[in-house]
Design a protein around this ligand. Structure first.
Ligand code: KIV
Length: 274
């Protein structure tokens, strides 16, 4: 979806310091989820590799493939959202060569993504440059990068020490120089989120990076409480749909067992009614 929808240049221009409204990004992985978040008027839909954990039941994001992300990106894109659709490039899809990176991004763009997101700093610059040269808009992702789970020794807040914080700001500037149009900043102290935001001319979209980013992103299932397991500190649950869903299914089960469902109105007669 492009006509009338949110575009990459429009997102790139959204700096709060320049008077813009904060960007709102939410993940979605299928058509009904995409319709729900798009109807809420958000700016960007991220088909995140969080797919691995929140939909497919794995313990980390390393398990999903380009084919998985393409499958779910296509489902989101079929809902023709107004929001800009960004697809995550999964682990190992942009690590081996620039040619593989561009080919894998092409699969996601052909599935319906308008842009891709990749994790990491300076080490990814050749891949960012190759994607930009191939006309694929790129969103960066710095800080707590879940695909580096093993290297980080778990899902840990990053950039607490001065040297690490300086490195992260340098990485952000280098990503901008290579052509990213926005940067997700995840799991860093709020002061560092603000510092990166001030340092770069493209919008930052925070998740666990404090309030002074140019926007915020949350995972669909976290925001809606579709899971009631303990969530990270940065998650705010705006609904408890796991509880509500379980209650509804239990009510259906009780009605079936008591004979209250289906009613005559919910059953077909022999006549011509639809
Ligand atoms: O995969 C994802 O959902 C993400 C967000 C947490 C930014 O990368």
């Amino acid at each position: 979806m492009v006509a009338g929808g949110v575009t990459v240049p429009a997102v790139r221009a959204r700096k709060v310091a320049a008077g813009a409204d904060p960007l709102v990004m939410v993940t979605a992985y299928d058509a009904p989820g995409a319709r729900m978040v798009d109807d809420a008027g958000i700016d960007l839909i991220l088909v995140g590799d969080s797919l691995s954990m929140v939909v497919l039941g794995y313990d980390d994001t390393l398990q999903v493939t380009v084919a998985d992300l393409a499958h779910h990106t296509a489902a989101v894109a079929r809902s023709a959202p107004r929001a800009l659709v960004v697809a995550d490039m999964p682990w190992l899809s942009y690590h081996t060569s620039a040619a593989d990176t561009v080919a894998n991004a092409g699969t996601l763009v052909r599935a319906g993504a308008a842009a891709v997101k990749i994790e990491g700093g300076r080490v990814r610059l050749p891949m960012v440059e190759a994607l930009v040269a191939a006309e694929v808009p790129v969103m960066g992702h710095l800080g707590l990068t879940p695909q580096s789970f093993h290297v980080m020794g778990g899902f840990k807040v990053q950039g607490r020490k001065a040297e690490a914080a300086d490195r992260l700001v340098d990485d952000a500037l280098a990503l901008v120089e290579s052509g990213v149009f926005a940067i997700v900043v995840e799991g860093v102290p709020a002061e560092l989120g603000a510092r990166v935001t001030e340092a770069v001319p493209v919008p930052t979209i925070g998740i666990g990076a404090g309030p002074r980013c140019d926007g915020q992103v949350l995972v669909f299932h976290d925001l809606l409480g579709l899971d009631d397991r303990p969530a990270p500190r940065f998650v705010r649950r705006y609904a408890s749909l796991k509880q509500e869903g379980t209650r509804a299914v239990a009510a259906f089960a009780a009605d079936v067992r008591s004979g209250a469902f289906p009613s005559p109105e919910e059953s077909y007669g022999g006549g011509a009614e639809p």
